[in-house]
Design a protein around this ligand. Structure first.
Ligand code: XMP
Length: 518
């Protein structure tokens, strides 16, 4: 599904990015309502936006004040385009300012949960009670609505917390309907999408799959396609989707570097070869990677060596498929939309081919390029991928190599793999696997600690347990695991993993720490 051709049969809503982190969240919420949404930079010419034939346009929030020089804006002709508009936070202030209302610096602003009071009748607030909690985050506030608008809600710090001009179908809300702290936020978005824009809720998993399949077939025709399969969510769903489209024309190459978690390689075999009957090349290259990594302890050197070896191995296998014209990539929508600051909100093409040599000329097939991660997971489930793959926590490409501090040996890999398996198993049993972003074990290979076991002194390795919560890995917090759970993990690791006599829990957030130890 290339961006240009995405979903021609779907109603489309544009989310104009005014530079906060909220644009992606708004786009996701719209899709949760089964309406296709696309994020566009606010610098996109209006004609280009309208050429996408949107049924509605949402202005996102943003960090700027409408009063600063060069504040992000939009061509005011948008208000005459006869496309319904919903402005959120900064977007609402921009509407007010451009149409002749007044936006003032209030001094206090509102940050966090705020009580919203409805005033009179409203189209987009119709499902809401008189009073409710909403999430606010603003310094400026609209004090006077433009002519033609009615004020439909207020809050202690925002006399105009919602406004609308039904004739022009222009709506604004100072609060953030897209965040979960706004109790009935999704209903506001739904009212805009269905009652104002008259959108049809056709963006369903079944439709997404059918259209992706049609598009892949149209792109590759009868040619052969290869796919690097890692066992992670994205490459697995991409492979399953392409396989659904073209069956035996697809060959998946699974480079097993010997640094995977317990049972992971077997799971890839089981799923793709036995369940899906895919043409799967399982390259067992552990020895080659180990050899290349011998004596290496510096994290970036490990990454570089693993990356290079990976490419060499992939290249060797791919050369046997020189008749293949296409390479599958599991690129996701957030990878291609850069939702940066207000003034660098550009869409970049992110071809994450990771250093494949120039003479390997593949055209890319990116069946997930319009999808968010939660959509990818939903599609994976629908395609019949096992829960373990669809919901797998992120795992770094260099695998266990960056979780063994010091040099990498087969014994250390084995020790870490066993300990890691216990961490994950206990987290799963506690029902926490999905809500925790990553949970794993780290082996400081050169560190030995003194302990007692039975009557004897031990001098063995410690294991560090790491579990973090996060939205996107950019920041993370250590997970507040219960003491009972930590105790179970610790005692099982010490009892079951030979060579470990101590367990520590890492309570560092990111920043200042990183999620991985290396
Ligand atoms: P850090 O440790 O920087 O990690 O907080 C952020 C996220 O990226 C993953 N990670 C990697 N992924 N190759 C990858 O494919 C790598 O070299 C790599 N290093 C870290 C990490 O697991 C976390 O999800």
């Amino acid at each position: 599904m290339s961006a240009q051709h995405a979903a021609p049969t779907h109603d489309r809503v544009l989310v104009v990015d005014f530079g906060a982190q909220y644009a992606q969240l708004i786009a996701r919420r719209v899709r949760e309502a089964r309406v296709y949404s696309e994020i566009v930079p606010r610098t996109m010419p209006l004609a280009e936006m309208l050429a996408k034939r949107p049924k509605g346009i949402i202005f996102s929030g943003g960090p700027a004040s409408v009063h600063v020089d060069g504040a992000p804006s939009i061509d005011a002709a948008v208000y005459d385009a006869e496309v319904p508009i919903l402005g959120i936070c900064y977007g609402a202030q921009l509407i007010a300012q451009q149409l002749g209302g007044v936006v003032e610096r209030t001094g206090g602003g509102e940050y966090g949960r705020t009580q919203l009071t409805r005033l009179g009748s409203s189209v987009v607030l119709s499902a809401l009670p008189e009073e409710q909690q909403v999430w606010m985050s603003h310094g400026d506030a609209i004090s006077t609505a433009p002519d033609g608008f009615v004020v439909t809600a207020s809050s202690p710090g925002a006399p105009v917390a919602a406004l609308e001009d039904r004739d022009r179908a222009v709506y604004g809300v100072q609060f953030h309907p897209e965040v979960v702290h706004t109790e009935r936020g999704q209903e506001v978005l739904r009212a805009f999408l269905f009652d104002v824009c008259d959108c049809r809720p056709t963006w369903t998993n079944t439709n997404i799959i059918e259209e992706a399949v049609a598009e892949i077939r149209a792109q590759v025709g009868g040619e052969k396609v290869i796919c690097g399969l890692s066992g992670g969510v994205d490459s697995s769903v991409a492979a399953a989707l392409v396989h659904r489209a073209i069956g035996d024309q697809l060959t998946c190459v699974f480079v097993d570097h010997g640094l995977l978690r317990l049972g992971e390689a077997e799971q890839v075999e089981e799923t793709f070869r036995r369940q899906f009957h895919m043409d799967l090349v399982h390259v067992k290259a552990a020895d080659r990677f180990l050899e290349a990594l011998s004596d290496i302890r510096e994290p970036e050197s490990k990454r570089k060596i693993i990356g290079e070896t990976f490419i060499r191995v992939f290249e060797e296998v791919a050369s046997d498929y020189s008749d293949a014209g296409y390479l599958v990539q599991g690129t996701l929508y957030p990878d291609i939309v850069e939702s940066g600051g207000a003034d660098n909100a550009t869409i970049k093409s992110h071809h994450n081919v990771g250093g494949l040599p120039d003479d390997m000329k593949f055209e890319l097939v990116e069946p997930l390029r319009n999808l968010f991660k939660d959509e990818v997971r939903a599609i994976g489930e629908e395609l019949g991928l096992p829960e373990e793959i669809v919901w797998r926590q992120p795992f770094p490409g260099p695998g266990l190599a960056v979780r063994i501090i010091g040099t990498i040996t087969p014994d250390r890999i084995e020790m870490l793999r066993q300990a890691d398996h216990i961490v994950v198993e206990e987290i799963r049993r506690a029902g926490l696997y999905r809500e925790i972003w990553q949970s794993f074990a780290v082996l400081p290979g050169d560190v030995h600690t003194v302990g007692v076991m039975g009557d004897g002194r031990t001098y063995e390795n410690p294991i560090i347990v790491r579990a973090v919560t996060s939205e996107d890995a950019m920041t993370a917090d250590w997970a507040r695991l219960s003491h009972d759970l930590l105790e179970r993990i610790a005692s099982r690791i010490i009892n079951e993993v030979a060579g470990v006599n101590r367990v520590a829990y890492d309570i560092t957030s990111k920043p200042p720490g990183t999620i991985e130890w290396e």
